[in-house]
Design a protein around this ligand. Structure first.
Ligand code: SAM
Length: 429
């Protein structure tokens, strides 16, 4: 029609393809999607879960995710035309999320990238300055002959890091930083999984060549540019990313219609550990104290650090009380004596998040949360059932609790024995 312009938006299905995912939980087993391969994040759930939730509720304008991770909810919401508000405590992951969902002037990204390559390709910069406070195991000579990066690899990495630091455009600088960060683990002498970090076999005999950083960074940027350009016209281009502890920052997020998220599971998996290499190598962490502070800001789902594990007493006769009692009975057999109080603290924290959400969501607004059970010394911690029982005390009613048919054990469970993952749907009363 004359005088009108129509925008052709890129559809959600163009991003995900029409695929059959074995489960909408955190172990989709599906090949990596555009954006999601920038830094593989095994604990991500399927974007189709976000579509299902948004379509089920209808007329969703705004979505909250208090545990952003790799940004699945935020990115899927943009494709579906809803404005995402995301919180993420891990600063590397928060930058990864924002790098995926912010707007770019592609010309600026291209010229920033070219300037960085001109300054850093094949060059070295003494790591002593940028990585002065990194743990001694990071850079050769390391400790007892073991180190994550040879001096040459660290020097090439630092050449890029300092070149990226000179890029003027903030969005470009963040994007290039995230993509350089994504080269850190593959360029290290270690393998990282949900179970922790271990050295590669024969890492000393077959050392990493510093040139892999040039190659991986260049490939990473070209492939990200392709995703950004191809999926630029999403129905919503706006967003809010809050960095820090969701238990504190939730009061600041914009009111919304729905919250779609997956909190860490109470399985002693510490995300700060898993992303420790990127956090130090990219300068998000500069002292042991900062590392401790970051860990303390995470949900109380692990026992790796000494921290306050105090929690409210569970209601008498509740499933949580019974579970804590059973854990106390096997305390001597637990690999860490703090597991029972950690479990109590976990439900205290998740309860605080739900209470916070009940004041950010509109009436009858919904929560879609993917949670996973845990097991310690043969005692099951039935997370979904405990949450369902307590939902009312946090201002919600249970709509449904739907176990996922998981093909394998979830990555959040360390890939070990099968434990169930459940979608818990709540409505604000
Ligand atoms: C299971 S992952 C979320 C995965 C996400 N749904 C996705 O698809 O990528 C949980 C996330 O919560 C973050 N987290 C842990 N404690 C937090 C806290 N107190 N505040 C905000 N984020 C936190 C972790 O860093 C991690 O990225």
């Amino acid at each position: 029609m004359a005088g009108t312009t129509s925008t052709a938006y890129v559809r959600f299905e163009e991003w995900t393809g029409r695929r059959d995912v074995p489960t909408l939980g955190t172990n989709t087993g599906a090949p990596t999607l555009p954006f999601q391969g920038w830094r593989r994040f095994k604990e991500a759930f399927a974007p189709e879960l976000v579509r299902m939730a948004i379509e089920e509720v209808g007329n969703v304008q705004k979505v909250i995710d208090p545990f952003g991770g790799s940004g699945t909810t935020a990115l899927a919401a943009q494709f579906l035309g809803a404005r995402p508000s995301t919180i993420e405590v891990n600063p590397f992951l928060a930058d990864l999320i924002e790098a995926k969902i912010c707007r770019y002037e592609i010309d600026k990204v291209v010229s920033g990238f070219t300037a960085v390559v001109d300054k850093a390709y094949g060059k070295s910069r003494d790591p002593a300055e940028l990585l002065l406070h990194a743990p001694p195991t990071f850079i050769e000579p390391g400790v007892a002959g073991r180190y994550l990066f040879s001096k040459d690899v660290a020097a090439r990495f630092c050449a890029y890091r300092s070149a990226i630091g000179t890029v003027e455009d903030l969005a470009t600088r963040r994007l290039l930083g995230v993509l350089l960060g994504a080269t850190a683990v593959p360029a290290s002498n270690a393998l990282v999984s949900g179970k922790g970090r271990r050295y590669r076999r024969r890492w000393k005999e077959a050392p990493i060549n510093p040139d892999v950083i040039d190659t991986m960074f260049e490939q990473g940027v070209l492939s990200a540019l392709f995703d950004l350009r191809r999926f630029e016209a999403r129905r919503c281009c706006d967003y809010e990313v809050l960095r820090g502890d969701a238990r504190i920052r939730l009061t600041e997020v914009e009111p919304a219609d729905i919250a779609i998220f997956s909190p860490p599971y109470p399985n002693s998996f510490d995300y700060t550990d898993v992303y420790n290499i990127e956090l130090w190598m990219m300068g998000y962490l500069n002292s042991a104290k900062e590392n401790r502070e970051l860990r303390k800001s995470t949900l109380r789902s692990h026992v790796q650090i000494k921290r306050d594990l105090s929690a409210a007493r569970p209601a008498s006769g509740s499933l949580l009380e019974q579970t804590l009692k059973s854990l106390e009975e096997v305390r001597a057999a637990l690999w860490d004596q703090n597991i029972p109080p950690m479990i109590a603290a976990y439900f205290d924290d998740v309860g605080d998040i739900l209470k916070g959400l009940s004041s950010r969501l509109r009436e009858r607004g919904r929560v879609y949360m993917v949670v996973g059970d845990s097991r310690y010394a043969g005692i099951d911690v039935p997370v979904a059932a405990i949450l369902a029982e307590q939902a009312e005390s946090w201002g919600f009613e249970l709509v449904r609790s739907e176990p996922f048919r998981s093909m394998r054990a979830s990555p959040q469970q360390g890939g070990g024995r099968e434990l169930s993952e459940t979608l818990v749907v709540l409505a604000r009363v």
